[in-house]
Design a protein around this ligand. Structure first.
Ligand code: ADP
Ligand code: MG
Length: 351
C-alpha cells in the first residue's frame, strides 16, 4: 500500500525553482529520508506534503487520494520540526495532549493516549514539568510524543535532532527508529546528516538543487552512487580522473583502472572508490590493475580507523582508511606505499 506520493511536484519562489518536478512514492511503513545540503529543497518538499506550502505544479497523494488542496489539519499527519517549539505555557502532559484536545477527543482517551506516548519516549513521571525544567533531549522527546500521540499513519520530521549533541542524537535515532517499527508508522524524515540518513532509513532520496539526484536503499546509494555529487555527499569519496581505454581506463601515473561489472568509463570521467575499500601496503609494488604507487602525506589516528592521505601523482592524493586492529601495520608520512582495491568496489562516474 502506497502511503504517500508526490507526482511532478514543483515549487517556485519568484524566478527561483526550489523544487523541480519531484516524483516520490512511499509505501506504508517505510522510513524514507530526504537528504541533501542546505537549500536543496528538503523543507519545501516536506512542507508541500504537510500542506503548509502549495505546489505550483503536480499533486500530493495520500492513500491514493489527491490531497493537494487539503489544508494541513485535514491530512492527519504527525509532525516534528527542528525548532521543536513545545508550548512553554503548557506542561509536558498538556503539550502531548494538544493534538487530541484540539480535535475534542474524550478526556479518558486523551489520558490513556498521553500516558502511552510518554511511556514510549521514556518520559513517564515528567507529566507536570514545563519546558524550562527539561533538557534539550527531553524537549525533543516531548515533541516526538506529541507527533505520535494520535497514532498517525504518517509522520513528517524535519531535522528533528539538529539541536542535539552527538551522543544524544545517536540515542534518539535509535529511539525514533524503534517507535517507528513498533507502531508500523510511515516516516518521512529530513536531514542534512548523511550518517543519520544511512543508519535510519529504508530508502534515501538525495536532493540536489530541487531535484532528486538519486534514490535507493542506504547501501545502494552509498556503494553505487550515480554521480560525483552523490558520491561526495554521502561520505568521503576518492574521485580520480581517468581516460577510457575500452571497458577499463587509465588513471594517475597511467595505472590501469577497472571497475565493477556494467560500469563503463566516459570521456573526462572519474573513478570512484571509498577510502575504506582501499588497502595500503608498504613499498612500491609492480604495476597491476587498480594499484597505485604513492607516498604517505599524512597519517591520522581517528580512533577506530587510521586515515592515510597518499599522494599518487604530484598534486593528487587519495584517502585510505584502515581498521585499527591489533598488529595492523602503520605507515609513516614520507613512506613509499601502494594503494590497491578490488574492481568490484569502484565505479566510473561522469566528471
Ligand atoms: P533545505 O530545507 O534543503 O535547506 P529549503 O526547502 O528550506 O531547503 O529551501 C530551498 C530554497 O528555497 C532555498 O534557496 C530557500 O532560500 C528558498 N526558499 C524557501 N522558502 C522560501 C520562501 N518562503 N520564499 C522564498 N524562498 C524560499
Ligand atoms: Mg530545511
Amino acid at each position: 500500500m502506497q502511503a504517500v506520493a508526490l507526482e511532478g511536484v514543483t515549487k517556485r519562489y519568484g524566478a527561483e525553482t526550489v523544487v523541480a518536478g519531484v516524483d516520490l512514492a512511499i509505501p506504508a511503513g517505510e522510513f524514507f529520508t530526504l537528504l541533501g545540503p542546505s537549500g536543496s529543497g528538503k523543507t519545501t518538499t516536506l512542507s508541500m506534503l504537510a500542506g503548509f506550502v502549495q505546489p505550483d505544479e503536480g499533486r500530493v497523494m495520500m492513500g491514493g487520494r489527491d490531497m493537494t488542496r487539503v489544508p494541513p489539519r485535514g491530512r492527519g499527519l504527525g509532525m516534528v520540526f527542528q525548532n521543536y517549539a513545545i508550548f512553554p505555557h503548557l506542561n509536558v502532559a498538556e503539550n502531548v495532549a494538544f493534538p487530541l484536545s484540539v480535535r475534542g477527543a474524550p478526556k479518558a482517551e486523551i489520558e490513556s493516549r498521553v500516558a502511552e506516548a510518554l511511556a514510549m519516549v521514556k518520559l513517564t513521571g515528567f507529566e507536570k514539568r514545563y519546558q524550562r525544567q527539561l533538557s534539550g533531549g527531553q524537549q525533543q522527546r516531548v515533541a516526538l510524543a506529541r507527533a505520535i500521540v494520535g497514532h498517525p499513519a504518517v509522520v513528517l520530521m524535519d531535522e528533528p535532532l539538529g539541536a542535539l549533541d552527538k551522543n544524544l542524537r545517536y540515542h534518539m535515532q535509535v529511539e525514533i527508529k524503534d517507535i517507528q517499527q513498533r507502531l508500523g508508522m510511515t516516516v518521512i524524515y529530513v536531514t542534512h546528516d548523511q550518517e543519520e540518513a544511512l543508519t535510519m532509513s529504508d530508502r534515501i532520496a538525495i536532493m540536489e538543487r530541487g531535484r532528486i539526484a538519486q534514490m535507493g536503499p542506504p547501501r545502494e546509494v552509498y556503494e553505487k552512487p550515480e554521480s560525483s555529487f552523490v558520491a561526495a555527499f554521502l561520505g568521503e569519496a576518492n574521485l580520480l580522473p581517468v581516460t577510457p581505454e575500452g571497458a577499463a581506463a587509465r588513471g594517475p601515473g597511467g595505472a590501469l583502472i577497472q571497475a565493477g561489472a556494467g560500469s563503463l568509463p566516459g570521456k573526462g570521467g572519474l573513478a570512484f572508490i571509498r577510502p575504506e575499500k582501499l588497502s595500503i601496503t608498504a613499498g612500491l609494488a609492480d604495476a597491476a590493475p587498480n594499484a597505485l604507487p604513492g607516498r604517505v602525506l599524512h597519517a591520522s589516528f581517528l580512533g577506530n580507523t587510521m586515515r592515510y592521505e597518499v599522494e599518487v601523482e604530484p598534486g593528487r592524493s587519495v584517502l585510505c582508511d584502515t581498521a585499527n586492529a591489533a598488529g595492523a601495520a602503520l605507515h609513516a608520512p614520507g613512506a613509499d606505499v601502494t594503494v590497491s582495491w578490488n574492481a568490484a568496489d569502484s565505479r566510473f562516474l561522469a566528471g
